[in-house]
Ligand binder design. Structure first.
Ligand code: C2E
Ligand code: MG
Ligand code: MG
Length: 561
């Protein structure tokens, strides 16, 4: 490369020109030599010399011109390969190179072409595709939908939420989880009405489909959802996708992909848990409530700082011994404008926003402090039962927060119980088991809350070591008049007996419910029949009154309260 490197330093000429110049000089070397010899030896017959020179010059010039032309053409593959690389780097344009030559120059063009295309594919995968599903990612999908809209295609945008996606992580190993996801994606892609599909987050897929009248769209999506909800199997296990579909339509819900995609997402956020249809259309109202949720998120942060939360306590009664054995701590938000807000309106939101950690810490500290206060004014202090959300339960700092709160309040760990639901276990079984073991080591009882209301998978029961079970209110309410509820409660009580754990029936409102459950073998009760949740300050007095009331054999016999 020595000659090349000296030549490359010559300015003012490009590479082909330099090659042509070198060639020109090379070809004219014989001619130049003849002139030099004639000059040096002063040949006599200048006429002949000039004639020879003229002929030589003419012949060489014609030969050179032809050589240079051909040479320039021979250089074309190198120049084309170089241009292709520069074009790709500068504007991402893919090369258009001839690929049907197989000498060195042809190989250079082919290699350049395939290298650029492979590189482009790789870059596209990295920037446009979701690694887990192989579907376009959020950005790519946005472009694809915008392209459809620009081409004046009439489309609706759908957000498909797989609500129980975490079950895949719980029940299946990683490769099987991937397989199930791939099968689900394939099923979706096979749907003729599904146009562009992309995965924007785990459990969230968005796609476009032809726009139709609202009722037709709803029917089409219900049918599609039914087909997609069919079980996906792996070995002996099956995954039943639980789907929610949010729909956004242009132009009302947005003109561009961005607006439509987020409107479709907003629509899914406003699903009522017991709504009849799982197809939800975006509306200005759903946007307003999404906005309200956002504002509430901000407000929760302020409310923690300004002390707007309070704990109320609901007694749990062991009816045979007419005692209040424990009390469930239930959080309330005393909002300066909206009054007392129940937990179901903000706990899920706090959980989603990660605010449950500071809020949970406040709950623990407050419950411990109030347990100490109750201990000073009640002869028999009920154990305080604290609700734990999944996120809170998997917080690595939970135990240290707990230990600090218990120590600061000067109470024993066994003054507390923790209520967890099956969601806690589904979220991370291993971690849940570790935390449960650590709690039990400290003497904290673990209560399985809302039994029967969620997954009700006996694998959870087999996998976690809990001390008590609570039957959800939906199985308790009007149990006296419903033989199916009786059958369910009987089996829960039998199961609990087999496991050797006591059962609390939640939401007992009527004496008839109490009597029926008592006959079935339930011994502990919680509900409005005994008491509503009470602010901490009034709790000791309320417990004393309640204990006197239930000591009366005619308690709540008639009329039922
Ligand atoms: P949960 O743990 O199942 O609590 C029982 C719910 O049933 C409470 O609702 C209670 O007020 C209500 N209840 C009790 N007896 C009756 C009755 O006889 N009739 C009726 N209709 N309802 C009754 P609340 O206080 O609205 O709490 C709802 C849920 O919010 C709780 O369900 C719990 O999951 C969650 N929650 C409450 N406080 C906390 C907390 O401090 N932390 C966390 N993470 N979650 C909480
Ligand atoms: Mg509870
Ligand atoms: Mg409950």
């Amino acid at each position: 490369m020595r000659f090349y490197s000296s030549l490359s330093r010559v300015r003012g000429l490009n590479y082909p020109a330099k090659i042509l110049l070198v060639t020109f000089l090379g070809i004219h070397l014989p001619l130049i030599s003849v002139v030099a010899v004639a000059l040096v030896f002063s040949l006599a017959d200048w006429g002949t010399v000039l004639l020879i020179l003229a002929v030589l010059l003419a012949a060489t010039l014609i030969g050179t011109a032809c050589t240079l032309l051909v040479l320039y053409d021979l250089l074309a593959p190198i120049l084309a390969a170089s241009r292709a690389l520069r074009d790709y780097r500068q504007s991402g344009r893919l090369p258009v190179l001839p690929l049907d030559f197989d000498d060195e120059a042809g190989t250079l063009m082919r290699d350049t072409d395939s290298t650029i295309r492979e590189l482009d594919e790789l870059v596209r995968k990295l920037t446009d595709l979701d690694a887990e599903s192989g579907l376009p990612n959020r950005n790519r999908l946005r472009q694809l939908i915008d392209d459809q809209l620009a081409a004046r295609k009439r489309i609706a945008v759908v957000c498909l939420l797989v609500q129980n996606r975490s079950e895949i992580d719980y029940f299946f190993d990683v490769p099987t989880g991937r397989e199930l996801l791939a099968a689900f994606v394939e099923r979706l892609r096979d749907e003729p009405s599904v146009l562009e599909v992309g995965r924007v987050a785990p459990g969230i897929i968005k796609f476009s489909m032809p726009l139709q009248e609202r009722s037709d769209l709803e029917d089409a999506l219900s049918a599609l959802s039914e087909r997609l909800s069919r079980p996906l199997t792996s070995g002996d296990y099956a995954f039943y996708p639980r789907l929610l579909l949010g729909v956004a339509r242009p132009p009302e819900d947005g003109a561009r992909a961005d607006a439509l995609m987020s409107a479709a997402m907003t629509a899914t956020k406003n699903a009522e848990p017991d709504a009849e249809s799982n197809v939800l259309f975006y509306s200005a109202e759903s946007q307003r409530s999404a906005r309200r949720l956002f504002e509430m998120d901000q407000e929760i942060r302020t409310a923690i700082e300004t002390g707007q939360f309070e704990l109320h306590y609901q007694p749990i009664v062991e009816f045979d011994r007419r005692r209040v054995v424990s009390a469930e701590a239930l959080i309330r938000w005393r909002h300066p404008e909206r009054g007392l807000i129940p937990p179901n309106s903000f706990i899920p939101l706090a959980e989603g926003a990660g605010l449950i950690i500071p809020l949970g810490q406040w709950i623990l500290e407050t419950a411990c402090r109030q347990a100490a206060e109750m201990g000073r004014s009640l002869v028999e202090t009920p154990r305080l039962s604290i609700n734990m959300s999944a996120r809170q339960f998997s917080d690595p700092d939970l135990l240290s927060t707990l230990d600090r709160a218990v120590e600061a309040a000067g109470i024993a760990h066994d003054a507390l119980k923790f209520e967890i639901t099956e969601t806690v276990v589904v979220t991370d079984l291993k971690q849940a088991r570790r935390t449960i073991a650590a709690l039990k080591e400290r003497g904290i009882a673990v209560v399985l809350d809302d039994f029967g209301a969620e997954h009700s998978n006996l694998r959870y029961i087999a996998n976690i070591d809990f001390d008590e079970m609570k039957i959800d209110r939906q199985f308790v309410s009007h149990i006296d008049a419903d033989s199916r509820l009786k059958a369910i409660c009987t089996s829960i009580l039998t199961l609990a007996e087999g496991l050797g754990v006591p059962v609390v029936a939640e939401g007992v409102e009527r004496r008839e419910e109490l009597d029926t459950l008592h006959r079935l073998g339930c011994r502990q009760f919680q509900g409005y029949l005994f008491s509503r949740p009470i602010p901490a300050g009034q709790f000791p007095d309320a417990v004393r009154t309640l204990v006197t009331e239930i000591a009366d054999p005619g308690f709540a016999m008639a009329p039922s309260r």
